[in-house]
Design a protein around this ligand. Structure first.
Ligand SMILES: *Cc1c(COP(=O)(O)O)cnc(C)c1O
Length: 386
């Protein structure tokens, strides 16, 4: 790309229905938000438990500001590792049932740190085709060979692992696929990791807080109670937890290695301690308020039952990510615009975020929604289908 080619390239994106634009929201993240100055019912956040705008999180952050100020002031190894970070890491490790945890400033940064810390150009990374962009970029940054397998095709993965002569192998997978909402078979993935001597890196960005009776995420969902030394667990704190940041959890030796080798952790300023304080309170609400997950399940069932007669099928998903499959980019945009005209926000997801010809509306449910909210969405979709 050169400066003189930019305007034409942008016009071309626009012509293909692929131009992305920001909209400005005011206030806190809730089921109803002010967007570009208009009130609308939002099905577009990842605030699955309705915690992002919760008053207790805000209060914890304010109290932490009074005690610890705003900025961490330094990287974790250079004096920026606050007691609030330390306490949160302990609580997170205990919550997911792993020996140790390490906080990162975002989930994206965590993956960009972990894979290059474990692999070099003699390694090989195996990734599901529908993995999140951050996992792909992490593999590229590590300089290991990147092998992608068709979505959930474990027979293919098994074969590719068997053919590999790499010194270090790593399987990376979303636990809940971010644009599809389906769940990876993690017990089978772990069995393949064991069989082939590979690491298993699980990105639980959309499972943490949501999956499992207690919201402990994919490991609880899959009843993996004595996780193996091969397992590396990542969860983010900006989705169901309603805050920001991420953590990696696993064996002590793994975490100690990351402290020494993960460049996106070493060479970056620690997150403001106030976020750790808010995340600690969030963890208590995730664990203590299981009604939020029950509400989500009710909403998911109501949406799926009500959408059965629509011309666009919902992808098979038991999670709060409910993609309405449209296909064509322009048709998906038109449908999203039609909903917006009715005061409802559902993002149209287009390539390259999803494969070509699979544009969709990504309906994202939250415990902050009511059954009336879901009914309003269904009614609007029925109108637009007519
Ligand atoms: C959102 C997301 C990330 C990135 O997490 P951030 O903390 O927002 O950077 C990583 N993986 C998956 C699957 C995600 O959906």
């Amino acid at each position: 790309m050169t400066p003189d080619r930019l305007p034409a390239a942008l016009a071309e994106l626009d012509a293909h229905g692929l131009l992305r634009r920001r909209r400005v929201f005011d206030g806190a993240q809730r089921a109803r938000v002010m967007l570009d100055g208009h009130a609308c019912l939002s099905f577009s956040s990842n605030d699955y438990l309705g915690l992002a705008g919760h008053a207790e999180l805000a209060r914890a952050a304010l109290e932490a500001v009074a005690m610890a100020g705003v900025g961490a002031g330094a990287a974790h190894l250079l004096g920026g590792h606050h007691r609030l970070h330390e306490e949160l890491e302990r609580a997170l490790a205990d919550f997911v049932g792993l020996p140790a945890a390490l906080l990162f400033s975002t989930g994206y940064m965590a993956s960009l740190g972990v894979l290059p810390a474990l692999l070099d150009r003699h390694g090989e990374v195996f990734e599901d085709r529908l993995n999140h962009a951050s996992l792909i970029d992490a593999a590229v940054l590590s300089r290991a060979r990147l092998t992608r397998y068709p979505h959930l095709d474990l027979a293919r993965l098994d074969r590719k692992l068997g053919q590999s002569r790499a010194s270090t192998k790593l399987i990376a997978s979303d636990s809940v696929f971010s644009m599809d909402g389906d769940i990876a078979p993690v017990r089978e993935l772990l069995a393949l990791a064991d069989k082939h001597g590979a690491w298993l890196y699980l990105d639980d960005a959309h499972g943490f807080g949501v999956l499992g009776e207690a919201g402990r995420g994919i490991l609880e969902h899959a009843a993996l109670t004595a996780p193996s030394a091969r397992l590396i667990y990542l969860a983010t704190l900006g989705k169901a937890a309603g805050v920001a940041g991420a953590f990696v959890a696993g064996r002590h030796a793994l975490i100690e290695w990351l402290v020494n080798k993960a460049r996106t952790w070493i060479y970056t300023t620690a997150q403001p301690p106030l976020l750790a304080a808010a995340a600690s309170v969030s963890l208590g609400l995730i664990a203590g308020e299981s009604w939020r997950r029950r509400r989500l399940r009710e909403l998911i069932e109501r949406l799926r039952a009500g959408a059965a007669g629509l011309p666009w099928p919902l992808a098979p998903s038991a999670t709060p990510i409910q993609p309405l499959m449209v296909g064509d980019n322009a048709a998906a945009l038109r449908l999203a615009e039609g909903l917006r005209a009715r005061g409802i926000l559902v993002p149209a997801i287009r390539p390259p975020t999803v494969p070509r010809g699979q544009a969709r509306l990504r309906v994202s449910l939250s415990a902050a929604h009511t059954t009336a909210d879901v009914d309003a969405l269904l009614a609007a979709l029925r109108e637009l289908a007519a």
